[in-house]
Design a protein around this ligand. Structure first.
Ligand SMILES: C[S@@+](CC[C@H](N)C(=O)[O-])C[C@H]1O[C@@H](n2cnc3c(N)ncnc32)[C@H](O)[C@@H]1O
Length: 272
């Protein structure tokens, strides 16, 4: 399709037998990776940051869909040969960094240009990576859009709002910074090897206006509230001021955590 060898042949040539410890469930169908890459259009002058390119299915799709510049961070050195072939096919457009993405400051990769993050994330570190990108104090964030694959259950927690069973700390932190939506599901069979569960593609875009509140306070209040999510807030927030705190925030002390909007959590956090 793009003049490069089929991904299955690439895996054989480079000895890329998938490793579970690295969350390696590869997408080998370029039609599917193309569909994912197109969710991040238009690329304009954005740098696309991809975490975990593996044998390069999504990387190839991003480049063939016109991303002017892709910076890919991969922890597994076995993938570097296959990725170097892609870089040679698209001169000057792909940079591969061999690193653990958890330790990379992505601000150092954009060269001051706007960025989009597009990735089929390793499941074991996906949530932590998302939190690393969501929570820096700087506003606007350096990403103008993220298109990310998660296990469906995690995706549901990211997009959940108040009143929904999956709503919890992750939904509050995501909602504090971004508007998030599930775009479509990807079945287990699409991966090599198939994971245990269905996956979903999530899009996040920054909120139009930031909500000014210290991250630490927001984490403290959501941890306490959702740590005892069945209890009334006057009980679950007892150690943080309980009823008096809730009254100051003009929130009914008899409510439960999952009924509070992101804005209400932020109001409470600001009073801590
Ligand atoms: C789910 S696979 C996706 C591979 C490829 N993007 C695809 O869609 O076929 C996750 C990839 O992330 C890499 N990876 C795992 N942990 C990582 C980390 N901490 N930092 C960077 N890459 C990591 C794995 O080696 C693997 O290539």
């Amino acid at each position: 399709m793009d003049g490069l060898p089929p991904l299955r042949a690439v895996m054989t040539e480079h000895g890329l037998d998938p490793r579970r410890a690295l969350g390696q469930n590869f997408l080998l169908d370029l039609n599917l990776t193309g569909r994912i890459a197109r969710q991040a259009l238009p690329f304009d002058d954005h740098v696309v940051i991809e975490v975990g390119p593996g044998p390069g299915g999504l990387t190839r799709a991003l480049l063939s869909e016109g991303a002017p510049r892709v910076v890919a961070i991969e922890k597994d050195p076995r993938c570097l040969g296959a990725l170097a072939e892609i870089a040679a096919h698209y001169p000057g457009r792909l940079t591969v960094i061999e690193a653990d993405a958890l330790t990379v400051d992505i601000a150092s990769l954009t060269g001051g240009r706007p960025a989009k993050i597009v990735a089929n994330l390793p499941y074991n570190v996906g949530t932590q990576l998302l939190l690393n990108w969501l929570t820096p104090a700087a506003w606007p964030p350096l990403w103008s859009e993220m298109v990310l694959m998660f296990q469906r259950e995690v995706a549901e927690r990211i997009v959940a709002t108040h009143g929904i069973a999956a709503y919890g700390r992750l939904g509050v932190l995501a909602g504090w910074r971004a508007h998030a939506a599930i775009l479509f599901d990807v079945s287990r069979e699409a991966f090599t090897p198939p994971p245990k569960v269905t996956s979903s593609i999530v899009r996040l875009v920054p909120r139009p206006e930031p909500i000014d509140v210290p991250l630490k306070s927001l984490e403290t209040v959501t941890a306490a509230a959702f740590g005892q999510r069945r209890k009334m807030l006057r009980q679950s927030l007892k150690s943080l001021g309980g009823e008096a705190l809730l009254v100051r925030a003009e929130i009914d002390p008899q409510r439960r955590a999952e009924t509070l909007s992101v804005e209400e959590f932020c109001r409470l956090a600001r009073l801590l």
